[in-house]
Design a protein. Structure first.
Length: 208
């Protein structure tokens, strides 16, 4: 399998709906109490779209992408239009080192918070020091990682930019219904295809 450095066309991506999915196991206890356990450390995103009466251009583009990816074999980039920006997101670093860091986004609700690694970003993404100055270094847009040119200071550090999600087709079979001349219908499903996080700076999410 591979990761194709290409974003699904906006005119096609607009038709998708979906978002994050968690995997929580619920165990019933005595007196109607229950115990809940999270099986996944990070959420997985899923998207689906029902295209009714697609025009020729959109239909041909979906077919082209599907063949190029060989069904669900290869992953590509997808912009979730409900959640694709980061603004002054905190970033933990190892002061005095030049260690690579994984970019991540924090979702806060009272004292509770969830950490989500961001694994592909736009080239315009920037890392900032405590003075608001851009930190020089190497940004890997396909991994969502950053390596500073010099040693990290005391911080705090933040990052801002747009990001994407690595996804693959859910199925190896992609059927189109021909409704009429130049009008087709298709059901497309995508699933997040995570990459292994190797940087050690990503904090754990809140747990009660």
């Amino acid at each position: 399998m591979g990761y194709i450095n290409q974003v699904l066309d906006d005119e096609v991506a607009y038709g998708f709906e979906g978002g994050p999915e968690y995997n929580t196991v619920v165990i019933d206890l005595e007196n109607s109490l229950e115990q809940r356990d999270s099986k996944w450390k990070y959420p997985r995103h899923k998207y689906s779209a029902t295209f009714d009466n697609m025009d020729d251009a959109d239909r041909d583009r979906i077919i082209e992408v599907f063949h190029a990816c060989r069904g669900k074999r290869h992953a590509f980039k997808f912009k979730d239009w409900n959640d694709f920006t980061a603004q002054n997101e905190p970033l933990l670093v190892s002061s005095g080192t030049t260690n690579v860091v994984q970019l991540y986004k924090t979702y806060q609700f009272g004292v509770a918070f969830t950490i989500r690694p961001i694994q592909t970003v736009s080239a315009e993404t920037r890392i900032y020091d405590s003075l608001g100055e851009v930190v020089p270094g190497l940004l890997d847009i396909n991994l969502g990682t950053f390596t500073p040119s010099g040693a990290w200071g005391e911080g705090p550090y933040t990052w801002s930019g747009e990001f994407y999600i690595w996804v693959r087709f859910q199925d190896d079979y992609n059927a189109f219904t021909i409704n009429s001349w130049r009008a087709s219908t298709a059901q497309i499903e995508l699933q997040e295809d995570k990459r292994k996080v190797t940087a050690t700076n990503v904090p754990d999410s809140w747990e009660e």
